[in-house]
Design a protein around this ligand. Structure first.
Ligand SMILES: [Zn+2]
Length: 202
């Protein structure tokens, strides 16, 4: 396959969107929709930034680029199931969009040194050891909340939530079959259109 050199970028086809390719967004919504959100006090924000060495300027904790959001340090979802961690400041660090997207639900330390697309290692980010040490200190700052959802809300309600999740993912898979049929009908209709130009004598 010929790879387009980004240095001589001239054209890029927008990526095809697949219904089934959206399943992780659905799972994230099923988890994010139920987890508690604990807004920090101003003092807690100050303390967080001090531990991260960012009193003067808030940057991405993973790569040092401009930060655009606060990312969950310990993932909320692993293997399509909630981990029990929640949105509270000691489980959040400032991050850039690239890092947030690349990290996904991976453990932060192994991801930083991995060859994942857009990981700090892949982007040849400098001072990685220093950033890792800061994040390790941050992780030690306060014990994270860990919720056992099934025992808190009861198994009946908990199972109902995940049955809803399964039903939506199944509906997406079924919809993909219809998508394939539509694509193949469009392809054959276009093949028919093009035929005359390929055989000018016909
Ligand atoms: Zn970053």
């Amino acid at each position: 396959m010929h790879v387009i050199d980004p240095a001589v970028f001239r054209f890029a086809m927008p990526k095809a969107v697949r219904i089934s390719g959206r399943s992780s967004s659905i799972t994230n919504a099923f988890v994010n929709g139920i987890i508690p959100v604990v807004p920090p006090t101003v003092e807690k924000v100050d303390e967080a930034l001090r531990i991260l060495g960012m009193e003067d300027k808030v940057v991405c904790a993973y790569c040092g680029d401009m930060a655009s959001e606060w990312d969950h340090l310990r993932p909320l979802v692993i293997g399509k199931k909630p981990t029990g961690y929640i949105s509270e400041i000691h489980n959040l660090v400032p991050a850039c969009g690239k890092c947030n997207q690349s990290k996904g639900n991976k453990p932060w330390r192994t991801w930083m040194f991995s060859s994942a697309r857009l990981s700090p290692q892949t982007r040849a980010v400098t001072g990685l050891e220093e950033r890792v040490n800061r994040l390790a200190a941050y992780e030690e700052w306060e014990s994270p909340t860990l919720i056992d959802f099934a025992s808190v809300v009861g198994h009946e309600l908990w199972d109902e939530h995940w049955q809803n999740h399964t039903a939506i993912l199944q509906a997406m898979k079924d919809a993909e079959i219809t998508v394939e049929l539509i694509r193949s009908r469009i392809a054959s209709s276009r093949a028919g259109e093009r035929a005359p130009t390929l055989c000018p004598d016909a």
